[in-house]
Ligand binder design. Structure first.
Ligand code: AMP
Length: 517
């Protein structure tokens, strides 16, 4: 293969008749063929260049999810520029940090945010343009007002573009990590990082041109942007592009789909719907979950209701996907399966880097074509997170069971050290979650004068239940060593979660940090 540009790698596998093959269906009735993908991404590539972004330049994007936003992503990559998507929830002050750090040549935001972001773009030296979510304009509206400046300009742009020649190691994207501790870091992802992982996943999960994937994930994050979109493209599959996750809307589309990728919250919300039945899911062949731990209980409840076993996988922004439960064979609830083909995974003692014995808890380290090349302009941080033999230290603690399935027990930074003893929150949470009347829980460490940290549990009851914290505490003492038992238990309505469904333990630690005086 001569050109390793991600788009060139996708296009090399395009269907023989791109016009006849559907890529995307939109709820408003619009349809995009693979031919449209090629033409519209070419228009965006032409535009990006015309607006002054040259190969290697960053193009930052903070826009609502739309088919145009996906085509912009492909266009930026085609032009040899570096795609930098930003969470739509970031306020201008946070956007200022990202633009100041990445110094993009071009910044594209939603039309509604233009005014607020203009000074931010100016300070960072980036040209500012807009992209909105298209709808048919009323008589008194311009396309530009709704769809944004680049959509309006794009209508005029040429529909073909010679995809830029890239090496596999050239940067295709920078994705900032969510940065729950310290500064958010820009993970540098190459064309080959992205292509290799998507090709592996498409094969491993058996995606074919007959697949229709429900795409309800955000597209500023690795899951929706790369895993869902690129896997579909490499497989010549189709997507049903939903602007956001809405359980009723997903159920409405499910009879027309074959597959869905989601975060655990998708599955718990769908389980709350009476419309989730074996019948509605009868045409589906695959449900994938990732980005946060899927409770074993959710896995079982899903199987009971739909007859399908959710396939859980594990990955992160820096590494793309690392492990997956098998397509054939047992999908073991509460585990993330095995290392994907081509990915080397080891579980080590975090201090020494030597592999732990099977069954013992240690840090996950990975190496492979999927693993990023480092953090943008942070050589020291990068160096400290790679071993000398090239393995990346993920920060995730896990153990392997007797059959080699990987069980994630939590982030290293969530480990609680109380009176010198290590407590893995997942173990305590597992026992609490199994109790009657409990929906879910989060166990955290909070500062304590005697113990350094004290174990605290925050518990969400099942609908209509009111579990007694003292009874939970007493039941835990029967099951766990005293040092693992929470010193305090709080009952709350819900846990704070980010858009990917991850429980934000940093917020909980902040909220409860003063409770021991
Ligand atoms: P992000 O970079 O936002 O995708 O976050 C990556 C982190 O999400 C990983 O380092 C894990 O801590 C967590 N994660 C992703 N998938 C899973 C999973 N299936 N089970 C448990 N944690 C997961």
């Amino acid at each position: 293969m001569s050109n390793h540009n991600l788009y060139a790698q996708i296009a090399a596998r395009f269907p023989a008749k791109p016009e006849d093959k559907l890529f995307a269906r939109l709820p408003d009735g619009r349809r995009y063929s693979y031919g449209d993908v090629d033409r519209v991404s070419a228009q965006f590539a032409n535009l990006v260049r015309a607006l002054g972004a040259m190969p290697g330049d960053r193009v930052a994007v903070q826009v609502e999810k739309s088919i145009e936003a996906l085509m912009l992503y492909l266009g930026v990559v085609r032009a040899g520029c570096v795609f930098l998507p930003l969470n739509t929830g970031y306020p201008p002050a946070e956007v200022a940090y990202f633009l100041g750090d990445a110094k993009p040549a071009l910044f594209i935001c939603s039309p509604e945010k233009r005014e607020a972001l203009a000074p931010v773009a100016r300070d960072a030296g980036a040209r500012l343009e807009t992209l909105g979510v298209y709808r048919t304009p009323r008589d008194d509206e311009s396309v530009e007002a709704i769809a944004g400046t680049i959509a309006a300009m794009g209508l005029e742009a040429a529909k073909s573009f010679q995809t830029h020649e890239n090496d596999g190691s050239d940067l295709a994207a920078i994705l900032y990590t969510s940065g729950t501790t310290g500064r958010s870091k820009g993970a540098m992802l190459s064309h080959d990082n992205l292509a290799s992982n998507s090709i592996t996943l498409a094969e491993y999960w058996r995606f074919t041109p007959d697949d229709v994937l429900i795409h309800a994930l955000p597209i500023f994050h690795t899951h929706g942007l790369f895993v869902a979109t690129n896997v579909a493209l490499f497989a010549n599959a189709s997507i049903i592009l939903l602007q956001k996750f809405d359980a009723a809307e997903v159920l409405r589309w499910m009879p027309e789909a074959t597959s869905m990728m989601g975060v655990p919250t998708f599955y718990t919300r769908l389980l709350d719907e009476t419309g989730l039945t074996k019948d509605v899911a009868s045409g589906m062949r695959l449900f994938v979950s990732g980005s946060a731990p899927l409770l074993a209980e959710t896995h079982r409840a899903w199987t009971e209701r739909t007859g399908h076993k959710i396939l859980e996988r594990y990955g992160m922004t820096e590494t793309n996907m690392n492990t997956s439960n098998p397509y054939d064979g047992e999908r073991r609830p509460g585990t993330v399966g095995f290392a994907l083909p081509g990915v080397l995974l080891r579980i080590v003692d975090p201090e020494t880097g030597t592999p732990v014995k099977k069954g013992e808890i240690g840090m996950i380290e990975v190496k492979g074509p999927n693993v990023f090349s480092g953090y943008w302009q942070m050589p020291e941080k990068t160096a400290s997170e790679f071993r000398t033999d090239g393995f990346f230290i993920t920060g995730d603690l896990a153990r392997e069971d007797e059959d080699g399935y990987v069980h994630i027990v939590g982030r290293g930074k969530d480990l609680i050290i109380t009176g010198g003893f290590n407590v893995y929150p997942k173990e305590v949470e597992g026992h609490i979650d199994d109790m009657d009347g409990v929906n879910e829980s989060a166990v955290i460490g909070v500062p304590h004068r005697d113990f350094g940290e004290a174990v605290v549990a925050i518990v969400v009851p099942e609908k209509g239940a009111s579990p007694d914290p003292d009874a939970i505490g007493a039941a835990l003492r029967e099951k766990l060593a005293a040092f693992k038992c929470p010193k305090k238990i709080f009952i709350v309505d819900e846990l704070p979660r980010n858009t990917m469904g991850k429980v934000q333990k940093n917020l909980l630690r902040d909220q409860y940090k003063g409770i021991f005086g």
